[in-house]
Design a protein around this ligand. Structure first.
Ligand SMILES: Cc1cc2nc3c(=O)[nH]c(=O)nc-3n(C[C@H](O)[C@H](O)[C@H](O)COP(=O)(O)OP(=O)(O)OC[C@H]3O[C@@H](n4cnc5c(N)ncnc54)[C@H](O)[C@@H]3O)c2cc1C
Length: 404
């Protein structure tokens, strides 16, 4: 596999492999869908196509971002059943590679690439979403490690995951961005309770996760103790790049139910292509789509030549979210009843339309992306942060007083 230095030769190989190995779309959900994804991912691993940028020592291929970009482009054209690995491959694996110990990389990366272990992200809490540094889950020293107690929410895939990357407060007596530590948590450990939450698509994609005195060793710490905020920011920047680059769960890819060409064809079939404003809206959608793609290609080229994308991943994430929402809006407007709403003809399009509302929220809302772009890309004045220097324990007791 490592002989594919020539990227165009690599593209041909990927295209042919996908054509031969991607299974037909099914409506499988739950355990059946997870098993289907596992089978496909194992095949991918055996074919030497998993972990293109991951060093060979950890089960990857040791290739560069250009190869990864080609994979994304080709994989977006066919329905690759790997959405359950988006968080592991796009965020948890990269953070372990960047900040993990040698033992963590060796233990966790190969099974992740092979598809035998699935990962989730345990950041958000009921009172800590956009302001994730307000998290209240505590990790206190216990024996040779830590005991973790608290609650997480909106945890995608926790009901079928093996491990999660979790943020917990290890020192409440310093300002909220300090005193946080990142941990690896075994989702099957005693004290972890996962409760699926049903969203408006009727399915349970995310969960509440309760942690009651969950014991972890010091070898579960990712990066440095009390330096979890820096680790979290890095992981979130990986998340934005993964989302804007089109993780396999994104529906607007060329093979997705919200693809541009699929939408045009469906509107033609529904006889609405000539309706008022249809063409203008479709051209707007096309321009948004091109912006995301051109932006990602540029970021990938720059990354190849050693330029860190930094906060600019937020630009791609924001554009991608706007593109998905625009595509979903056009689906209802131009296809509407002729699509599959309630009719069950193609539940993928209904499902994708309903789930399009998730993209402007998950991974940081559009408003938060605008703030990041303004502050960290354009150097505009920072948002006021009156609690920046107050110890978290003071903030927390004030909040409890208000709630009382
Ligand atoms: C489909 C989906 C999957 C998710 N998966 C995960 C997961 O796997 N793991 C995980 O940890 N989390 C996950 N999340 C949670 C997600 O990261 C949060 O929902 C998100 O960060 C927003 O937090 P919140 O829901 O608490 O909203 P809030 O932070 O309460 O925001 C409410 C509103 O206020 C606005 N707002 C808040 N602060 C500001 C500000 N400073 N400036 C301007 N506007 C502001 C927001 O933009 C939003 O419109 C998921 C969410 C979704 C929708």
């Amino acid at each position: 596999m490592s002989d594919f230095r020539d990227v165009e030769e690599f593209r041909t190989h990927v295209r042919e492999w996908l054509a031969q190995n991607v299974p037909p779309v099914t409506l499988a959900t739950g355990d059946e869908a997870v098993e289907r994804s596992k089978r496909f991912t194992k095949k991918l691993f055996d074919a030497g196509l998993a972990g293109l940028e991951v060093p060979r020592a950890y089960g990857g291929q040791g290739l560069g971002p250009s190869h990864q970009q080609i994979w994304r482009e080709e994989a977006s054209k066919v329905p690759v059943p790997m959405g359950i690995y988006d968080i592991g491959l796009g965020m948890c694996g990269p953070i372990i590679l960047a900040l993990g110990t040698e033992a963590q990389r060796t233990r966790y990366l190969p099974p992740l690439l092979e598809g035998t272990e699935i990962w989730c992200q345990l950041f958000s809490e009921p009172a800590a979403g956009s302001d994730v540094a307000a998290l209240r889950t505590r990790a206190v020293r216990s024996g040779d490690g830590y005991a973790i107690t608290g609650q997480k929410v909106w945890t995608t895939g926790a009901h079928f995951c093996d491990f999660g990357i979790l943020l917990a407060r290890t020192d409440p007596d310093v300002p909220k961005h300090r005193g946080i530590t990142m941990f690896i948590v075994d989702m099957k450990a005693p004290g972890v309770v996962v409760r699926p939450l049903r969203d408006m698509s009727g399915q349970a994609h995310f969960n509440e996760v309760f942690l009651d005195d969950v014991q972890v060793g010091l070898d579960a710490v990712v990066g440095e103790i009390d330096k979890g905020w820096e680790a979290a920011r890095l992981l979130l920047s990986f998340e934005r790049l993964a989302v804007s680059g089109g993780g396999s769960g994104i529906e607007g890819g060329a093979s997705g139910p919200l693809s541009f060409h699929g939408l045009v064809e469906a509107a033609r079939g529904a006889g609405t292509l000539r309706s008022s404003g249809a063409r203008e809206s479709l051209v707007d959608l096309y321009l948004l789509e091109r912006s995301v793609n051109v932006f990602n290609e540029r970021l990938s080229r720059e990354y190849d030549s050693g330029i860190d994308p930094g906060a600019r991943g937020s630009i791609g994430k924001l554009l991608k979210a706007r593109r998905e929402v625009a595509a979903a809006g056009l689906t209802t407007r131009l296809i509407g009843p002729a699509a599959d709403f309630d009719a069950g003809a193609s539940p993928r399009r209904t499902d994708a339309t309903l789930r399009s509302f998730a993209l402007p929220i998950g991974g940081g809302t559009n408003e938060i992306q605008l703030s990041i772009i303004g502050e960290r890309v354009l150097g505009l004045p920072r948002e006021p942060q009156p609690d920046l220097h107050t110890p978290f324990s003071d903030l927390d007791s004030r909040r409890k007083d208000v709630a009382r």
